[in-house]
Design a protein around this ligand. Structure first.
Ligand SMILES: Cc1cc2nc3c(=O)[nH]c(=O)nc-3n(C[C@H](O)[C@H](O)[C@H](O)COP(=O)(O)OP(=O)(O)OC[C@H]3O[C@@H](n4cnc5c(N)ncnc54)[C@H](O)[C@@H]3O)c2cc1C
Length: 329
């Protein structure tokens, strides 16, 4: 019989980290799996002041991400970083999650930052058989409960796979845009939501030569829309050639794709969870339980009314308490 943690949590953003911290605080043994080399999730992409959290005025999203990582470490949570969950199967005692290892710098909870990952011996008994294997190798981790906290990813151009990238084409908001020098460049911003209009204003204010905003339909707040001169706004269908960096045959130095978000929980497809038409996982609001026994979904992957750090962390607490109640039954 392999070693089973009380719960495997997939995703070390605000939701998953909060759940793991609370489970540890309740005396249980969670295992937190994170695809990235850093814990903290999407806040790591936000270099701006996070003014949505009333208790942390002036703190940036990136500081929020770093604080989350520190709190996980302080709680003594067992963490597997640089491991992407790729599949899950139900077992007699719970769940077997297959994770794929990335090449990265790894630090275990309590370890020193920047430590190069070694081919470490298994800490998981049979479940960790292949830990320390080459990047790309898989291992299987076992848990009595499964918590899906894998969040969302920025939607890519129509027809592209989520990870497809082209030079000069930036997908999604955040650090990638902030790190870009726009001085003297011609830029097309694609997307009719708040993100598209906000980033139009951002790029315009960063010295771009021309900025055109393409929106198939306009969903942004009126005050954002009113701030875009009619000459810069193209509403209606358009054609994008990302390799040539052209929109409707017009060449640009940069294309910014701001098409919103989509849930990422493909690894859990075999569980056939109830989802909405966009793929967000349906849960019971009071317990964060998904439609299959022993499975919980928290944070953005469960599509809260206003997805943010606070609602995601609250979800994590709810799932932890529900798991504690289930284990004590
Ligand atoms: C640019 C930007 C600015 C924002 N500003 C704010 C703000 O000011 N205030 C605020 O409250 N919120 C803000 N948000 C929103 C906030 O960051 C999210 O609502 C919150 O991070 C959602 O938390 P989560 O844990 O559900 O998901 P995420 O933060 O997305 O975390 C999910 C984690 O799961 C990991 N993961 C995904 N798939 C797998 C897998 N298969 N295996 C293992 N790991 C996986 C990901 O790597 C990620 O670390 C901002 C977001 C962005 C992008």
């Amino acid at each position: 019989m392999p070693h089973y943690s009380d719960a495997i949590i997939v995703g070390g953003g605000p939701a998953g980290a909060s759940c793991a911290i609370w489970l540890a605080r309740l005396g249980l043994a969670p295992l937190l799996v994170e695809a990235d080399e850093r814990l903290g999730g999407l806040p790591n992409d936000n270099p701006f002041a996070d003014d949505w959290i009333a208790t942390l005025p002036g703190v940036t999203g990136q500081q929020v991400g770093a604080n989350i990582a520190r709190s996980v470490e302080a709680a003594g949570v067992e963490v597997r970083r640089g491991r992407r969950a790729v599949a899950v199967a139900r077992t007699d005692a719970g769940f077997a999650v297959t994770v794929q290892k990335h090449a990265h710098i790894d630090t275990s909870a309590g370890g020193a930052d920047g430590q190069r990952e070694q081919d470490e011996p298994s800490e998981q008994g049979e479940s960790g058989k292949q830990a320390g294997a080459a990047p790309g190798a898989t291992e299987t981790l076992y848990g009595r409960h499964l918590v899906i906290a894998s969040g969302v990813r920025a939607r890519n151009l129509a027809g592209a796979a989520p990870g497809d990238r082209w030079p000069g084409v930036l997908v999604g908001p955040g650090s990638g845009i902030v790190e870009q020098d726009f001085t003297g460049l011609s830029v097309a911003v694609l997307g009719g939501g708040d993100n598209g209009f906000e980033n139009y204003a951002y790029v315009k204010g960063r010295g771009a030569r021309t900025v055109h905003l393409y929106a198939r339909g306009v969903r942004a707040r009126p005050q954002l829309v009113d701030a875009v001169p009619a000459a810069d706004l193209r509403v209606g269908s358009y054609r994008v050639d990302p390799a040539a960096r052209q929109v409707d045959g017009h060449p640009y130095d940069l294309l910014l794709v701001l098409y919103g978000w989509e849930p990422q929980a493909d690894f859990a497809a075999a569980l056939e969870l109830r989802r909405d038409e966009r793929g967000y996982i349906h849960t019971d609001f009071a317990t964060a339980r998904a439609s299959a026994a022993g499975v919980y979904a928290i944070g953005e992957v469960a599509n809260r009314m206003h997805p943010c750090v606070v609602t995601s962390m609250a979800d994590g607490v709810v799932a932890a308490k529900a798991i504690q109640a289930a284990l004590e039954r």
